[in-house]
Design a protein. Sequence first.
Length: 590
Amino acid sequence: MADLSSGTRLSRQIYQGQERQVWAAGVICLLVSAACLAMPAAVGQLVQALATGRDRALWVAVLAALAVVMGGGNAAYAAVVAGLAERHILRLRNAMIHRTLRLPVRHVRRIGSGDLGSRLTADTMQLRGSLDIGLGQLPQALLMVVGTFAAMLYLDPVLLGVTLTGFAAAALVITWLYRGLQRSALEHQQHLAQAAQGYAHALSALPTVKSLRAEGHVDAALNEMTERARRSGVDYAWRQALLSPVTALGQQLSLTGVIVVGALRITDGSLDLAALSAFLLYLLQVVTPVSVVAMGLGRLKAGLAIRGRFDEILRAPTEEDEAVPSPAATDPARSDPRPAPAVAFHTVSFAYEDTPVISEISFEAAVAGITALVGPSGAGKSTLLKLVERFELPGSGQVSVRGVPVEQWALPELRRQIAYVDQEATLLNDTVRNNLLLGCDRRVTDAELVRHLARVGLADVIGELPAGLDTVLGQGVELSGGQRQRLALARALLAETPIVLLDEPTSQLDSLSEDQFRRILEDLAASRCIVVVAHRLSTVKRASKIVVVDAGTVVGEGTHDELLERSDLYRDLVNGQLLSGLETETTRAA
Ligand SMILES: Nc1ncnc2c1ncn2[C@@H]1O[C@H](COP(=O)(O)OP(=O)(O)OP(=O)(O)O)[C@@H](O)[C@H]1O
């Protein structure tokens, strides 16, 4: 029943908006099936015409017409069905792309980009094959089977009973094969996806793999994955391959039974030889469509299993679905007479799955000025930025942006308030211009783009690229880590958001760029809220507020001088244990 309802749902999705093509396919299918069914009768008529010498030309013409209908109809049917299937695949791919981009980052990371890529390519190809048989050959074969059995019923119901008994024995084995078929099809696609995921991961870590001379190790691990895919592929293939011989076995049983019972019935006079011959002709004719039905249902079952892998994505809750605004939520900043801070954490706790990472953290970042988050590695600083962006939702407590709890913002509106430069300073595989304009809602001239590039010290670098602002990044043109960070910073500047979140933006900058970066930050901080996860003392010292985070809690808050006096951890950090750039600073101070 479950199969039937998901099959019906699938058909509805495929046919939606393509009703004309569906009708055309239906009419062609009926015409072709009628022509096939009429063929044996027409051949009989021609034989009779040749014997009697009457209407020979007529029956030759009828046979020729039937052949044209069958040939042309089959070609037209295949074309219409291919159009239906391709459109369905297109919709499915686009729906998956649409959905994936709106899922929580953690969900997408958990599945993995290689696996998702495999769903979009290998799974859809497999599904396309299932649709070809399921939509293309199955309906026609079903019509043929029903039509032929109807003709056999008309000729001799007893012999039809014998025929169906033979096929029923085969059906028992086929049902058992189906059960494993769906499972092995799903396993095969999963193994393929795991291999794709492992491969993508290995390629992204290629320089590390090479430098560690770990090619052999990675090779072996990936080979193990491809071997698993081979095993499940073979399992799937033999089950598919058995469908045809089992059907043929059913036919042999039926044939033997029909010949024995037919001969007995001729002997007792309840059947004549002509009817038995016609019956046997139909029995031979029905084998191919029965095989196609058996195979087609098998492929359809496999297709439904694979389709389930798409549904897993299409039904997963998006970020919007996850953040159900709580009417009980109260924003401390709203009830406060002071203007709301740009960012406020109020007793926020958060865990990744079951691992607590943030525990009852409270702090505020003012509308203007730099708030620096410092602390040992793994303290939870980057996680705090993720909570502001609503990549993650707090387990308890409240994160507010401009006085409104993050889950009460419409997500696009919330993110319009924030420019975010992540640790990797991610750039898309697109032109420099488009990379700069991501997240920027206003019209920007090239002159303005160049001005911003100059501000982050990149105007010359970009000017020297083969196509300047139109150069596509990532296609043979790579920027250095520091250049990427500066480009990401220019993007954040262009977005002109009231809040800027920076995650270790100076990690790959040289001291000259770092000075430039610090000046830009100070300019920005005059009118915007900058929350920066910083490991450089040069940035931290100029912050209007420093929040010291340790093991998911705030252990100190204040200015550089205040914290030097009050916070042991901050002193440790400043003494060079955890803030890089310390030596430079201490040397300078000396
Ligand atoms: N996506 C994730 N899933 C599970 N655990 C995570 C995830 N991201 C981070 N963590 C864990 O949460 C803790 C805090 O990580 P976070 O990146 O916020 O620390 P951080 O202070 O920014 O560290 P660093 O300075 O080294 O970047 C770490 O123990 C980390 O292992």
